[in-house]
Write a protein that binds this ligand. Structure first.
Ligand code: ATP
Length: 322
């Protein structure tokens, strides 16, 4: 039970006092402050609703989690990890921002950035595959978001095109941090409650109770039951491949066969796969996580030539999808 902050939670509002000094005020919001609208989506433990802040008229996506269901399914830990992780990552444009959390007797509420453009997977399926320019742009945005979370001591562990949402500018927003791993935050002396002092003993449980798509799992998680920052870069390599090829590199009839292909590094490039992208993917889909390209090296790889890294990436207009 980590829901002690009953009632409402925190946002920060900037105001100026009579002398013109900036004052930061805590704002508490609760269910009554929002007008709820249509359902945006459903997860296994949640319903995501469109909601409008009655005061500011700003629209949000509110994730509503049923407490009874979460307790019954023993998911309390994941729900708290998601909250703690999102709270650590709030100031990056490529990560779904958590604005408020609150609860009532039956539910937990997470007030999030709304991502109206759907999942990257849906966008990709609609057009089949991306050209090099779109792959470069979306790849760069995803990498920039990964760099931010790694700098803050967060390993996502479940990066895939379903977990990359699109906003109304067709920029990406990474979501689904329920299975993230929190490392000590390099910038903060005091660590959050969900910092795992066992150093991730949970890994084996997670691997055994593995659900969802297997296609992006790193070989080290399968062989050593251990995920590290480089595991996210393996998934990143799979995503780059998928954007260009229209399908993930490792795909088989069932999970076991997919895992076999991953640990055997059995994949092929379709004809016409751009050579620079091929070189990048080959340097990411490397079995030994220590020998995988680092973020710094990926940014300097020729595939990303012409990308201006940093905040400019988020002010840029998204290329037309084709
Ligand atoms: P599961 O819990 O089964 O893994 P999930 O992680 O997709 O599913 P949620 O994060 O609750 O579960 O999301 C459910 C659906 O709601 C998503 O598939 C997506 O379509 C929609 N959704 C989630 N977050 C947002 C958001 N910030 N903006 C718009 N739609 C969203």
């Amino acid at each position: 039970e980590d829901w002690k902050e009953r009632g409402a939670a925190v946002g920060v509002k900037q105001e100026y006092d009579a002398e013109g000094r900036l004052v930061l005020k805590q704002v508490k919001k609760g269910v009554k402050d929002f007008a709820f609208g249509r359902t945006l989506g459903e997860g296994s433990y949640s319903t995501v609703l469109l909601a409008t802040d009655r005061q500011t008229l700003k629209e949000y996506a509110v994730k509503v989690l049923d407490k009874k269901h979460i307790i019954k399914e023993k998911k309390i830990k994941y729900v708290n990890i998601e909250k703690d992780t999102l709270n650590r990552l709030i100031e990056h444009p490529g990560i779904v921002r958590l604005y408020y959390t609150f609860q009532d007797n039956s539910s937990l509420y997470y007030v999030l950035d709304i991502a109206n453009g759907g999942e990257l997977l849906g966008v990709l399926k609609k057009i089949g595959s991306f050209d090099e320019e779109c792959t470069r742009f979306y790849g760069a945005q995803i990498l920039d978001a990964i760099e931010h979370m790694h700098n803050r001591g967060v390993i996502h562990r479940d990066l895939k095109p379903e977990n990359v949402l699109m906003d109304d500018q067709m920029h990406i927003k990474i979501t689904d941090f329920g299975t993230a791993k929190l490392l000590p935050d390099p910038r903060v002396p005091k660590q959050p409650s969900t910092y795992d002092p066992s150093g991730g003993e949970e890994e084996s449980t997670r691997a055994k109770s593995f659900v969802g798509t297997a296609e992006y799992v790193s070989p080290e998680l399968l062989t050593d039951k251990h995920a590290c920052k480089a595991s996210d870069l393996w998934a990143f390599g799979c995503i780059i491949y998928q954007l260009l090829a229209g399908r993930p590199p490792f795909k088989a009839g069932n999970e076991y066969q997919t895992f076999q292909k991953i640990v055997g590094l059995e994949y092929e490039f379709p004809p016409g796969f751009p050579p620079a992208a091929r070189d990048l993917v080959e340097r990411l889909l490397v079995l030994d996580p220590q020998r995988r390209l680092s973020i710094e090296h990926i940014k300097n790889h020729e595939f990303f030539d012409g990308i201006k890294w940093g905040r400019g990436l988020w002010r840029q207009k998204a290329p037309r999808l084709k």
